[in-house]
Design a protein around this ligand. Structure first.
Ligand code: BDP
Length: 633
């Protein structure tokens, strides 16, 4: 019955009143689609005028940017903040302008059956895009992609020359996600003329710019606009329910083929929705729970008008009980990390060497999961998770929501959840949505606010549990009744009772008993940790040393080991690596709670965690064959 219900839900989606129009499939090349990546050097100019509006007043988008004034080189993707030697660029607030010129292939111009789409993987935060001086799209919020069809605009110039201008503004207000506030300091005896600061309520540097690849891609006029899959299995049979939406054709016959890794067809179907049955299914398993984790099929969707799109599909189920998290009906214990998109020079810019290094470190550590604290990560990272079997708690950018629960914030939050689910719904690795981090949910309006956001998320995707990340106010927390899994952050012996390692056992125990006693839901320790400045040693331990960080972890682990026999279903260290923050008296060149440095070298705590995670994997999972005799252990 469950299977039928899931399939029915999918079909009901066809009619659902979604706020967003259209799909957001990851751009992939196929026999019918070309992709032109625009990564590399762009031209850049920050609008330093006091109003930050000079660019609009002078319509910089109407000409080449270098004709408007001084420009500099800027790599894309990357945050602009750490690229130059100019502190005013590092700390810049307001509009910056990017430009890239290119020539599009002649057949894109001549063949008007080709649809050309411009896509931005993400830009922080508010963006406006022009092509050859014509405004083509606008998007609010970072971390998520947006796109626009630009066929007509580029065809106006038969030479195919194409000038892409993007204005990006990193200003955060009470109605953006994350929220922020601009404060003007008008006391001229204390601050210079025009002085203002951007207040933020989150603990990472507010990097800005074009953070993920910009590209042009093509589709035929009638094209596959969106695909939704929901998977299930019974005994040896895998079930893939799907819906395909095609745009640009009144009727389109569809052929859907599911192929295994060897390229053999294992199931096929016709029509815009259906259920594919896979005999002798190879399920998608997390890393360290199976010899062959992260198994992906390929679902090839083809239309009679000859658009072809291939989606990777992992077949697995997710369920939650009052004490367990089940993947493929087996209890799953999260032993993983919280990350940031953050590194030297690039800031939050997507960087392949960094991504691959981080996955190698996750595997070295024996981590089977991470949370995308505190915003959606690049799709390329989620694709790696699918392939390597790294389980993901996918978080929205709602971090630092204090007393801002008004209608405008709420509507924006709903749209962001919709953009997030639309983008990530087909990733096997994504097993739970997190709607916010540490909201001030003890405030009365938070009840309606979180009830609405969580309900909307469940309507969008009834197949995954939903949570938000709490910060230890169990008695007052208004949103918790609506979540499926309780996720808690706490920093005993750090922010509370600093220096007193001996409080951890009792305080953590009390915390868990309170939460579970009241709500009867499984618990994930979604953050815990301590800052350690690498290379600083004191024994007996004191705060900020590598020794102190180690003992904080070890004391937490004692309680984890008692509670995981009962209802604790996971532990995620804060943080995988050191990361940059706003300057402040508690931050010594950034947050140092990483078990790796920002350059990805291990601190002492990394070895503690590695030993533990491999032990947990041995107890709870099945190690892949190649790890039976790992030379590095
Ligand atoms: C937690 C926040 C996280 C911070 C961490 C810390 O969720 O963003 O970086 O505290 O202070 O409460 O290190």
């Amino acid at each position: 019955a469950n299977i039928v219900l899931r399939a029915l839900w999918l079909f009901a989606l066809l009619d659902a009143g979604l706020l967003l129009d259209g799909g957001m499939l990851y751009p992939r090349e196929s026999s019918s689609r070309e992709v032109k990546e625009l990564s590399g050097l762009w031209v850049f100019r920050a609008d330093r005028s006091p109003s930050r509006k000079q660019g609009f007043d002078e319509a910089w988008y109407k000409q080449r940017l270098e004709e408007t004034g001084p420009v500099i080189d800027m790599p894309v993707p990357a945050s602009y903040n750490d690229i130059t030697q100019d502190p005013a660029i590092r700390d810049f607030i307001g509009w910056v302008w990017y430009e890239r010129e290119l020539v599009v292939p002649t057949h894109w111009i001549r063949d008007d059956t080709i649809r050309v789409v411009l896509r931005v993987g993400s830009a922080h935060y508010n963006s406006i895009v022009w092509v050859n001086g014509v405004s083509v799209t606008q998007h609010e919020g970072g971390h998520l992609p947006f796109e626009a069809e630009v066929s007509d605009v580029i065809r106006k110039d038969p030479t195919g020359s194409c000038r892409i201008t993007t204005a990006v503004n990193n200003t955060l207000t009470l109605e953006t996600l994350p929220p922020g506030n601009i404060q003007y300091m008008n006391d001229r005896t204390r601050y210079p003329d025009g002085f203002f600061v951007q207040s933020i309520y989150f603990d990472f540097f507010n990097y800005a710019g074009i953070h993920r690849p910009v590209l042009l891609y093509t589709t035929p006029k009638a094209y596959v606009d969106d695909i939704t899959v929901v998977t299930n299995f019974s005994d040896n049979t895998g079930l893939v329910s799907y819906i395909v939406s095609v745009k640009g054709a009144v009727t389109a016959a569809l052929k859907v083929t599911l192929m295994d890794k060897q390229g053999h067809c294992v199931a096929s179907s016709n029509g815009p929705f259906g259920v594919l049955k896979v005999q002798d299914v190879k399920l998608w398993w997390p890393y360290l729970t199976h010899e062959n984790p992260g198994y992906l099929y390929s679902m090839e969707v083809g239309t009679t008008y000859e658009d072809v799109y291939t989606l990777p599909v992992g077949i697995r189920t997710v369920n939650v009980t009052s004490t367990q998290f089940l993947i493929n009906n087996k209890p799953f214990y999260f032993h993983g990390v919280n990350k940031h998109e953050d590194s030297d020079i690039r800031g939050k810019g997507l960087d392949w060497p960094l991504i691959v290094k981080d996955f190698n470190l996750l595997k070295w550590l024996g981590a089977n999961s991470f949370r995308t604290s505190h915003y959606p990560y690049a799709e390329e990272i989620l694709q790696m998770c699918d392939r390597h079997g790294i389980v993901v708690i996918d978080e929205s950018p709602a971090v630092g929501i204090k007393d801002i629960f008004g209608n405008a914030s709420l509507s924006h939050h709903l749209i962001v959840m919709e953009e997030l689910v639309r983008r990530d719904k087909n990733h096997a690795s994504v097993v739970m949505w997190s709607v916010a981090n540490e909201p001030a949910s003890e405030m009365p309006p938070a009840d309606y606010y979180f009830k609405t956001v969580i309900k909307h998320t469940k309507d969008l995707d009834p197949t995954r549990p939903v949570t938000f990340i709490s910060s230890s106010n169990f008695a007052r927390d208004k949103g918790v009744p609506y979540v499926d899994v309780i996720c808690i952050n706490n920093y005993f012996s750090w922010y509370h009772d600093p220096g007193h390692l001996e409080v951890i056992l009792i305080q953590l125990n009390t915390e868990y008993e309170n939460w579970h006693g009241k709500y009867k839901k499984p618990i994930i320790q979604s953050e815990y940790g301590a800052d350690a400045v690498p290379g600083v040693h004191v024994d007996p331990p004191v705060m900020f040393t590598e020794e102190y960080q180690k003992i904080v972890l070890q004391n937490y682990h004692k309680v984890f080991d008692q509670k995981r026999a009962q209802y604790l279903i996971g532990e995620l260290i804060w943080n995988f690596a050191d990361f940059m923050t706003t300057q402040g008296v508690t931050r010594v060149v950034g947050n140092k709670k990483g078990i790796f440095t920002r350059q990805r070298q291990p601190k002492a705590a990394a070895f503690v965690l590695k030993e533990r995670y491999w032990r947990l994997a041995n107890e709870t999972g099945r190690l892949p064959l190649w790890t039976k005799y790992p030379c590095s252990l």
